[in-house]
Ligand binder design. Structure first.
Ligand code: MG
Ligand code: NI
Length: 476
């Protein structure tokens, strides 16, 4: 490109995984474009070909060391569809329970470890202390509670999967372990503290949003579509339901059976990123930009299925409604409302009469040549789609991860921040923190997208018009 300058930020710190941002300036030094690059790729879909479908729940956990439970569940659902079976009631309850454990640990980790340094210590605090260690130092009690809440989610996973990471639990036709009454009773004792901690976190974010309302309205705020699975009442359903797409006003644009996703979701390819750009087909690319994850789900919903979360959701809608619902910083509030919702759902599941039953798996032979499994993972909608031959061998696999759905939106968010902070080639103080903060709203799992774990170091490279590196900044 002629007459352009490139600023590179690489890698992004305090995100799960590895990524790079480049800012492209025009001749006047104004922002022309900003890109969030995914530069690594392991070709997982190809890797699945030739494998027996019943191995997929184990294989696909290796996609990501951060989200193995989510991949396992989406995979098991796709396999159930190939078997053409409805799994036993208790198997479904237990899958939902481990899913809630994953939400609790993931959302707690995000808020207390990744987001709270910005909120509690301030965007412009010294990066040397603006991290979880800084939070532990200044707010030891909050940090301690956050760590315990995350641990509670892990204990739910542990009680079922037996291991905290890569539990071999959900399989085609059900699950492999039942829940003991001892484990159930122990877990039920943990809810009082878990709710208290979640309410502390909710108070932190609500106060912060209230104090920083002007910034919230301005920061990476844009209109988009929103997407998520909803139950028959229109409340977010993390495990099942219909896929709903709403516009910025909250009007339902489309509701469809998840197995029809190919009719409505296209995947655009850009040469500079290995991560595709899913879009809502009827609106085209890039206008069909939709957001998934907490903001997507809570904007798509018209209620919540549990009382504590419903109360918070009503507050969220009253305060921010559909006009402000496009503000990326509201991800932090909606994520915590979901945390509350998932705690309530987990408690309800544990109190279900049949949760400790041993009727947890059925065996069957494959009857269908393809199967789609969709769940709402903590970061957003996760799709596993397999095609098999007559022997149940995978012919083709299509996976769309949550971070993919949000790809257009994350790029748009970075562009907006860059346009606010860079003028005439001058980068305003605090820019890097805001770029990181904009991406962090979405809690992208770069590990899911690239299948690689990265180091947390931040590097900025500024190039002149001729593409020569003129400045390099680095912080660790
Ligand atoms: Mg794919
Ligand atoms: Ni992941």
């Amino acid at each position: 490109m002629n007459n352009t300058r490139t600023i590179t930020i690489n890698p992004i710190s305090r995100l799960e995984g590895h990524g790079k941002v480049t800012i492209h300036l025009n001749a006047e030094g104004e922002v022309d474009d900003a890109r969030f690059h995914i530069t690594q790729f392991r070709g997982f879909e190809k890797f699945c070909e030739g494998r027996p479908f019943e191995e997929m729940t184990i294989i696909t956990q290796r996609i990501c060391g951060i989200c193995p439970v989510s991949h396992q569940l989406a995979s098991a659902k796709a396999c159930d569809a190939i078997l053409g079976v409805d799994i036993p009631e208790t198997a479904k309850l237990l899958r939902e329970l481990i899913h809630m454990g994953q939400f609790i640990q993931s959302h707690a980790l995000h808020f207390f470890h990744l987001a709270s340094p910005d909120l509690l210590l301030g965007w412009d605090a010294d990066p040397a202390i603006r991290n979880v260690v800084g939070v532990i130092d200044r707010f030891p009690e909050i940090a301690r509670k956050g760590i315990r809440l995350r641990k509670f989610g892990q204990e739910i996973i542990n009680a079922l999967g037996g291991k905290k990471i890569h539990p071999a639990f959900a399989v085609p036709g059900g699950v492999i372990n039942s829940l003991s009454t001892d484990h159930r009773d122990t877990l039920l004792n943990g809810f009082k503290e878990a709710y208290e901690t979640t309410h502390i976190a909710l108070d932190i974010i609500k106060n912060w949003l209230d104090k920083n309302l002007e910034q919230v309205k301005q920061f990476a705020a844009f209109s988009s579509l929103y997407a998520g699975l909803v139950d028959k009442d229109g409340s977010p359903d993390m495990y099942d339901g219909q896929m709903r797409i709403v516009d910025q006003d909250g009007s339902i644009i489309k509701e469809f059976d998840p197995s029809d996703y190919l009719k409505f979701i296209g995947e655009h390819v850009e040469p500079w990123s290995y991560l595709k750009f899913p879009f809502f087909k009827p609106h085209g690319y890039p206008d069909g930009c939709y957001r998934v994850g907490p903001l997507g789900r809570l904007n798509a919903a018209n209620g919540m299925s549990t009382p504590k979360a419903k109360k918070e959701w009503e507050n969220y809608r009253k305060l921010y409604g559909n006009t402000l619902g496009g503000c990326s910083l509201l991800y932090h509030y909606t994520r915590l409302i979901e945390l509350l919702n998932c705690l309530e759902k987990a408690e309800k599941l544990l109190k279900h009469d049949n949760i400790c039953s041993n009727d947890i798996r059925i065996t069957a032979n494959p009857v269908n040549e393809e199967g789609v499994g969709i769940i709402e993972a903590p970061r957003g909608t996760l799709i596993h789609h397999y095609w098999v031959d007559g022997h149940g061998i995978i012919k083709k696999a299509n996976l769309i991860v949550a971070t993919g759905h949000n790809n257009i939106a994350m790029n748009r968010s970075i562009q907006l921040v860059a346009k606010e902070y860079i003028h005439k080639g001058e980068v305003k103080e605090g820019f890097l923190n805001r770029v990181e903060g904009a991406i962090r709203c979405y809690d992208p799992c770069l590990s899911c997208s690239t299948h690689a774990l990265g180091q947390m170091v931040l590097k900025i490279q500024i190039y002149n018009f001729s593409g020569e590196l003129v400045q390099e900044l680095e912080r660790k």
